[in-house]
Design a protein around this ligand. Sequence first.
Ligand SMILES: Nc1nc2c(c(=O)[nH]1)N[C@H]1C(S)=C(S)[C@@H](COP(=O)(O)OP(=O)(O)OC[C@H]3O[C@@H](n4cnc5c(N)ncnc54)[C@H](O)[C@@H]3O)O[C@H]1N2
Ligand code: MOO
Length: 394
Amino acid sequence: MISVAQALEKVLNLFAPLECETVPLREAAGRVLARDAVAAFSQPPFASSAMDGYGVQNGDLATGAQLQVIGESAAGGGFDGSVQSGKAVRIFTGAPVPQGVDRILIQEDCTRDGDVITVGDTLDPSFFIRPAGGDFKAGDVMSAPRILSAGDIALLASMNCPFVVVRRKPVIALVATGDELVMPGETPGPSQIISSNNFGLKALIEANGGIARILPIAADNPDALRAVLDLGSDADAIVTLGGASVGDHDLVRQVATEAGLEQAFYKVAMRPGKPLMAGQLGHTAMIGLPGNPVSSMVCGTVFLIPALRAMLGLGKQAMPRKVARLGRDMGQNGPRSHYMRAQLSIEDGVLTCTPEARQDSSLLSVLSRADALLVRDPDDPPRKAGEMVPFIRL
Ligand SMILES: Nc1nc2c(c(=O)[nH]1)N[C@H]1C(S)=C(S)[C@@H](COP(=O)(O)OP(=O)(O)OC[C@H]3O[C@@H](n4cnc5c(N)ncnc54)[C@H](O)[C@@H]3O)O[C@H]1N2
Ligand code: MOO
């Protein structure tokens, strides 16, 4: 059995960044920017007012001073002339600051009578002028690669970038295997259960920038499995679920090998997830996840999310780890890395990670309420509550 780090390296070797495509900005949220985006304009393009009031010369502002209003500058329609001492221009938020103006007197700080304003006795100390290019300048870049957030989309729009170049979304074919499985909504027979892994993995894939295709459930016979694997052969990766262990009905490795799988590894020193395998099947990478529902979700988190990120051009890295204070004592760990479902909380102002008491790999209810996977190295010694421990956020 190889370590998690060795297995991840072998998984990531199966994947490279996908090709790029151009999409309209309105469809780009959550996509991975693949080419630097360049601002076509500065923002603001001109010095602009930050408030509603009057454009004036700072030197004129003394309590009781009177200034003559000679025009108006509104957003979308500036004032053409120049403003001399003793004069003022009515101005609104976002409007261009006229020549000669070096301060905005907000309307709350003066009174107006006809075309004359009188400066009040208290003045807001701010000048309320936003300089040209104060947000960004023409030629500034948003660097790729980058997962585009809502804020990024707003910035790109402001940069006048109506289209952006992004990575194509990786397509993952999901193959659940086993005679015992039926789809949600069907009525299971006496020894059947509902297939959950393919739905959980689809959600995980799509939350991480991929497209998941749920293929028909493959029955536990070689012909059925071969046929379904073939259906996935045009995807970027085939992910099988179950049938990976040593039982008489665990056929995935045998059938994939007969179909030409170049196996990269089989079995990893981790818990849950020991019977994980991966390799290359024709043009398609293949990852065989264990069938126990939590094992498939944990392996999906530890291996498939990094694989998706590699295809999206985001680099080849393990899932980021953070540290938190351990919420309760733990005994000695066994010889495999342990990814324990855990809950995060703030205790006495400190981020705390408390592993669930029950860690059986069939318990989806425990996974559903977990926020994190507490990570323990092989043979990690007993730990006391209060020690710092690494975790992966779910
Ligand atoms: N003698 C041994 N038995 C087992 C070993 C072992 O080393 N020696 N390893 C155990 C470990 S660890 C795991 S993990 C499982 C993995 O087995 P498989 O990958 O072959 O998975 P299956 O046998 O097909 O299924 C296991 C379990 O999960 C349920 N399952 C499968 N697919 C789904 C699905 N899509 N949705 C919901 N549930 C699913 C299946 O019904 C079984 O209950 O092997 C151990 N055994
Ligand atoms: O590795 Mo299995 O995934 O422990 O349940």
